[in-house]
Design a binder for this molecule. Structure first.
Ligand code: NAD
Length: 361
């Protein structure tokens, strides 16, 4: 992905990332300051979560929403969904600044987009917030199950990551069995814990790390995993590293230390720099499952909700992540390109192919 220059004009930034539309939502009465970015709608309406975050400044908020909305385009494209990419950010502290009125006003702005943008939960928002937004617009997913939503997406997100891990194991070892494989799961929150369960059910040896010591102890005991300190994870001689906490953990320093043969986890934007670190991993012979390919379970859950939720269909679409990952690995090998470049190529090809389909009314 190209790097944005925050000193550039807003229109130049949109051109760099290929955005279609950006909406600035301002409502002094409710204190709402939000940005909705619609990156691409070739495949369908732009679907992406709403993040609420106390950004240092508006430039950071704009940068975040442009970057995140573009990744949503690629994530949905490669998952085979008929969705475009979008994202929204509300500028504010989700613990202090969130009110019913602010969220409902935000819902009104989404309503005015007439379905071009559909939102869902992200960092700093929850299903209850989506319920408020839904009071003003139908274009919201991830509402509570009690009002027709698809419920907690995290087990589905973990299943997608699990399928991605298996696809990498198959590529490297000829079989996708996880028995006896060693895996480090960094971050055992919503997705991480569900992933630990799936891995332990297949008798993998699992190391876990988290900054929350209490949670670490509980999860270790519950699933028979081994707790390790956060700063020792790169010293462990494991087969797989699954980043499920933060982005940018794969960088020049960690790649040098890394002993694993595979990196596959849920965290968004794991490579600090796609181009540099994707290439470094290729040269080191480490198989990297691009995060947006294998963490698509959450968006698949939303898509399923949009189509009239079916658990069976959601599971099928999530299991397809196995084949999607295999295709990325195959292209990377055939063309000797990093897996992230291979994934981007596959996603871009699907978008340009479908553009041709849609050229006739
Ligand atoms: P979460 O907040 O529930 O869990 C994150 C965990 O990481 C927490 O337990 C936290 O204590 C831990 N953590 C934070 N910093 C850490 C560090 N330095 N070392 C070790 N642990 C650390 O979040 P989640 O919903 O489980 O999501 C995890 C990641 O997956 C995030 O990057 C998220 O963006 C991504 N993701 C989530 C979903 C989803 O459906 N929830 C879907 C796609 C991608």
């Amino acid at each position: 992905m190209p790097t944005l220059n925050p000193d550039d004009s807003i229109f130049n930034q949109l051109e760099t990332f290929g955005h279609k539309k950006v909406v600035f939502c301002s409502d002094p009465d409710t204190g709402l300051k939000a940005i909705i970015a619609i990156h691409d709608t070739t495949l369908g309406p732009a679907l992406g979560g709403t993040r609420m975050w106390a950004y240092r400044n508006e430039t950071d908020a704009l940068h975040d929403v442009l970057r995140l909305s573009k990744s949503m385009t690629y994530k949905s494209a490669i998952a085979g969904l008929n969705l475009g990419g979008g994202k929204a950010v509300i500028i504010g502290d989700s613990r202090k600044d969130k009110t019913e009125a602010l969220l409902r006003k935000f819902g009104r702005f989404i309503k005015n987009l007439n379905g071009e943008f559909i939102t869902a939960v992200d960092v700093g928002t929850n299903p209850k917030d989506m319920e408020y937004i839904k009071m003003e617009t139908q274009h919201v997913m991830g509402v509570p199950e009690s009002i027709g939503g698809s419920g907690d997406p995290t087990p589905i997100a973990a299943l997608g990551v699990f399928m991605g891990i298996k696809a990498c194991v198959k590529e490297l070892y000829g079989s996708d069995a996880l028995t006896g494989k060693t895996i480090i799961v960094q971050g055992i929150g919503h997705v991480g814990e569900n992933l630990v369960k799936l891995l332990r059910d297949e008798n993998a040896k699992v190391y876990i790390s988290d900054i929350n010591d209490e949670l670490l102890g509980q999860v270790a005991k519950k699933y028979g995993a081994e707790a390790v300190s956060t700063n020792s994870i790169f010293d462990i001689d494991a087969d797989i590293y699954a980043p499920c906490a933060l982005g940018a953990t794969v960088n020049t320093q960690t790649i040098k230390k890394l002993k694993c043969a595979i990196i596959a986890g849920s965290a968004n934007n794991q490579l600090e720099d796609e181009e540099i670190h994707g290439q470094m991993l290729l040269e080191k012979g480490v198989l990297f499952a691009p995060d947006y390919v294998i963490n698509a379970g959450g968006i698949i859950n939303c898509y399923s909700e949009l189509m009239g939720f079916s658990k069976k269909r959601t599971m099928q679409l999530t299991e397809n992540i196995y084949e999607a990952t295999r295709n990325v690995l195959k292209l990377s090998k055939a063309e000797n390109i990093s897996t992230i470049v291979a994934a981007n190529k596959i996603a871009e090809k699907r978008i340009s192919d479908i553009k041709k389909v849609k050229s006739t009314y």
